[in-house]
Design a protein around this ligand. Sequence first.
Ligand SMILES: [Zn+2]
Length: 176
Amino acid sequence: MREKKDVLPIRILGDSVLREKAVPIEDLTDEIIKLARKMEITMKMANGIGLAAPQVGRSMRLFVVDTEYLEISKRPMVFVNPVIVERVGESEFEEGCLSIPGLYANVIRPEKIVVRTLLLRRKKLVERELEADGLFARVIQHELDHLDGVLFIDHLPADERARLLREWTLQRHSVG
Ligand SMILES: [Zn+2]
């Protein structure tokens, strides 16, 4: 059941937590299980297909992906301490980020990846090695960047990034 109290505030560009390197999760606690659940709800309510813990102010190596929307699994997947172990090819795709609302840009990333991770399943962590391509690979890479304090705009050429950020800042200040 989704309730309003389970929707967490999303941190916006400028918040220093988005630039921190998140720490690995050593022990699975009830608090982390609850956080993951709330992050799933927050992601869905915000119409995102991924959400990383730093985006809700928690500097830990955990993110959720709406693999239900991607038709990869019946439930969203919760990644814990993920590592990309293989990258293949290259693709360009338009990305956005819940922490930079309204800013979109094409980003070049590897097209296929292999990721080694723990997945949170029924309150337990299971070890998995997953192959991903297309949008799934894209989202995993975007979310994993968040765990290293990297945002998708960091992948853009400096002049394009500066122009987009100028426009974004102006837009945010003109609202209300
Ligand atoms: Zn993002």
